[in-house]
Design a binder for this molecule. Structure first.
Ligand code: G1P
Length: 288
């Protein structure tokens, strides 16, 4: 039903310079797995296998990551290190990847509009890889897909944030129609301190109905002179219905150093140490 997931991945990741000078920020590893792979796995878990990635200049390693590396694979074939490729191989086999380049950085709304040709005329998910979301057995996208099946309209994931942080997010207000689910009546991108309509901040998971593309075509630049998905969604909410869902699970803002470190510690404790694929195989085999 939702078959495609869009990943806006053209941004520069300036908050992590110099690490992101020549490496895409989406390739920053949380323990032993790049951020974008967590997002792709979350989409797969939600039953979505078409990954539509909006890239930009300097993002080639991102494409290489979701492809074979014959030389490396030949070298470690048959050794005890091969197990370290099991997860990414399974991900590559299960998903298809298409890419389009965003020529100019004109905001998240513009990045999503750039993905139109890859998505076509169907409802789709959006993952901002910076926001790492974890919830054992029922990922955030999977929770949202279940809601989409019921309500058939655009849905944004939200979480409560302290009042002094609302200026970093798109913030919604709305009527709670059932537990943790709101019908949006207002949405503001990065409100000035003290003016936020609530403390419910949008995080980087969306399900969007395809009429959003026509709205985005006509959306004027908003906050910071960029075309904002928040503004387009407000228009959708005013003429139809947009839901905001307070998801179950943990979310880490890996676009900030603090969030990145928290995510690393959390994933090391709760995912890496629990998995059976060790980072370092017990005995090593010389590869060349
Ligand atoms: C974007 C969106 C914002 C949302 C945030 C979540 O902002 O524009 O509405 O709250 O992602 O991470 P950015 O963080 O790209 O500035």
């Amino acid at each position: 039903m939702i078959k495609k997931c869009l990943f806006p991945a053209a941004g520069y990741g300036t908050r992590f310079l110099p690490a992101t000078k020549s490496m895409p920020k989406e390739m920053m590893p949380i323990v032993n797995k790049p951020l974008i792979e967590y997002g792709v796995d979350e989409a797969l878990e939600a039953g979505i296998n078409g990954m539509c990635i909006v890239t930009g200049r300097g993002k080639n390693t991102l494409m290489d990551h979701f492809d074979k590396n014959y030389e490396l694979e030949h070298q470690i074939s048959g050794t005890n290190k091969e197990v370290l490729l099991d997860d990414i191989r399974a991900t590559i086999d299960a998903a298809s990847f298409t890419y389009i380049r965003q020529k100019e950085m004109k905001g998240l709304g513009h990045a999503i509009l750039t993905g139109r040709e890859l998505v076509g005329d169907e409802a789709f998910a959006v993952v901002l890889a910076d926001d790492l979301c974890v919830n054992k057995n029922d990922g955030v996208l999977s929770q949202m897909v279940a809601l989409y099946k019921q309500f058939r309209c655009s849905i944004v994931a939200v979480e409560e944030v302290p009042e002094n942080e609302t200026h970093k997010y798109g913030v919604i207000s709305g009527q709670e129609i059932k537990d943790d689910l709101f019908r949006v009546d207002n949405m503001v991108e990065k409100p000035e301190p003290g003016t936020a309509p609530s403390n419910l901040a949008i995080i980087g998971r969306y399900i969007l109905t395809p009429d959003i593309f026509d709205i985005l075509e006509k959306t004027e630049p908003g906050k910071n002179g960029e075309i904002q998905i928040t503004d387009a969604l407000l228009q959708q909410a005013q003429s139809g219905c947009v839901l905001a869902y307070k998801f179950k699970g943990e979310r880490f803002d890996c676009g900030s150093v603090e969030g990145f470190i928290e995510a690393t510690n959390y994933c090391y404790q709760n995912i890496y140490l629990e998995s059976d694929a060790p980072l370092q195989p017990q005995s090593t085999v010389k590869c060349g």
